[in-house]
Design a protein around this ligand. Structure first.
Ligand SMILES: *[C@@H]1O[C@H](CO)[C@@H](O)[C@H](O)[C@H]1NC(C)=O
Ligand SMILES: *[C@@H]1O[C@H](CO)[C@@H](O)[C@H](O)[C@H]1NC(C)=O
Ligand SMILES: *[C@@H]1O[C@H](CO)[C@@H](O)[C@H](O)[C@H]1NC(C)=O
Ligand SMILES: *[C@@H]1O[C@H](CO)[C@@H](O)[C@H](O)[C@H]1NC(C)=O
Ligand SMILES: *[C@@H]1O[C@H](CO)[C@@H](O)[C@H](O)[C@H]1NC(C)=O
Ligand SMILES: *[C@@H]1O[C@H](CO)[C@@H](O)[C@H](O)[C@H]1NC(C)=O
Length: 352
């Protein structure tokens, strides 16, 4: 019984489940990529035809960047829980320029998420940070205001003396995200208060993950200078588990020992039952935590990391290790190659 890679060799669920149950195993064996650069992923995500559920189609571009959806967003890394993706890290940063005078209209800037399965969850402690001077920012969800904040600035002398870490309306303000956002617009309008600056930057990241420094107002904030936002996902198409289970053709929790949970962002997510881990979206994807040595690694598992041998039950790819804590990260770019315990979240490619 292969650990999780049955996932990757699945026909689209629709086809698999419409056919007699026995044909699931007989589905044409396809090898779908499971990583892009240093970023790993697993079904329902996938690169290439018939490697993903609808909406979870990834593209690995020539620069090793992982792109998701339409409009596409760049995935910085995937956050894993028990070997499957629990959420994605994406950069949401915008810089706009705006004239100094009050009452000369509103500037709007938008972010569109990668599709229906994905949302910035209102329960994931994300904030919209706004850096600038002399504006009110209003966060809009489908045209309705869901929060606002204002920033004012004093002259440079004063700003330079401000302590770091205060995002309370002087040079920086923030709006805590309390609703699920699949897209949003930020309306910016001049207040006429204090010194104003043309440049305004806003970004979404974890509430405690950004420390404002007044000197940030002088800098161009590049997307890789702020920690990415967390994007949650769920299987869309049905409002909750109860409805999803009624439609066996599209029900995505296909592994034995998988369970359905209603997702806070709408739709549902699959989990392996207690005592099991792996990929609940894959046939036979959930495997007992305690099974040791009796599981075979999938075919073609890398057994070397640089010149270091990595024998099963250790492994460096999904499907290649016997238990989740034997999952190692190989960093062959260094000499000697480095093997590390894989954390439940991945380092971003930049960090490596
Ligand atoms: C996945 O996306 C890429 C580009 O975004 C596209 O070329 C490809 O056809 C898509 N595949 C599927 C199965 O939608
Ligand atoms: C946001 O700005 C747009 C124009 O840029 C305007 O049409 C809309 O009414 C504004 N919404 C709010 C709530 O201020
Ligand atoms: C959000 O913050 C609260 C309080 O600090 C914490 O209990 C909760 O686990 C956090 N949620 C996430 C998804 O990090
Ligand atoms: C900001 O939000 C508060 C309440 O949330 C509201 O009373 C206020 O009118 C809003 N300000 C603007 C400029 O939209
Ligand atoms: C999955 O569960 C069914 C019913 O409980 C059982 O017949 C089948 O053998 C199980 N499959 C695997 C691979 O364990
Ligand atoms: C692997 O290579 C490094 C240097 O490239 C060397 O120091 C180390 O001894 C080698 N290890 C093995 C097991 O050959």
């Amino acid at each position: 019984m292969v650990l999780t890679m049955a996932a990757i060799t699945l026909m689209p669920l629709l086809v698999t489940l419409l056919a007699a149950p026995a044909t699931a195993a007989a589905a044409p064996v396809r090898r779908c990529p499971t990583s892009c650069g240093l970023i790993d992923f697993s079904y329902p995500f996938g690169v290439g035809p018939r490697c993903s559920l609808p909406g979870f189609n990834l593209t690995c571009d020539a620069n090793g960047r992982l792109l998701l959806g339409s409009p596409s967003v760049t995935v910085d890394y995937t956050i894993l829980a028990s070997g499957f993706i629990s959420s994605l890290a994406v950069n949401i940063v915008r810089t706009v320029r705006m004239g100094p005078r009050a009452g000369v209209g509103t500037v709007s800037a938008s972010w569109d998420g990668p599709g229906r399965p994905f949302a910035i969850s209102g329960t994931s402690n994300m904030s919209l940070f706004v850096l600038g001077c002399g504006v009110t920012a209003t966060l809009l969800d489908r045209g309705a205001a869901v929060g606002n904040c204002s920033v004012a600035c004093a002259g440079e002398e004063v700003m330079r003396r401000l302590p770091d870490g205060l995002c309370v309306g002087v040079g920086c303000c923030r709006i805590n995200v309390r609703v699920h956002l699949r897209a949003f617009t930020v309306n910016l309008s001049r207040t006429g208060d204090g010194v104003s600056r043309d440049k305004l930057t806003f970004f979404v990241t974890g509430q405690g993950r950004y420390t404002f420094r007044p000197s940030d107002l002088e800098r161009d904030i590049h997307p890789d200078m702020v920690p990415p936002a967390r994007l949650d996902w769920a299987i869309p198409g049905q409002p909750d588990c109860r409805h999803a289970m009624d439609d066996r053709v599209t029900y995505a929790c296909v592994s034995n020992q998988s369970e359905c949970r209603d997702s806070p962002i709408g739709g549902y997510a699959c989990h392996c039952s207690r005592g099991f881990s792996g990929n609940p979206y894959a046939v036979d994807g959930c495997v007992p935590d305690q099974v040791y040595g009796s599981i075979q690694p999938k075919a073609n598992c890398p057994t070397m990391c640089g010149n270091v041998s990595v024998p099963f039950p250790f492994g460096t790819e999904l499907g290649c290790f016997a238990r989740i804590h034997l999952y190692l990260t190989c960093n062959p770019g260094r000499s000697p190659a480095i093997l590390q315990m894989t954390q439940h979240s991945y380092p971003s490619t930049r960090a490596c």
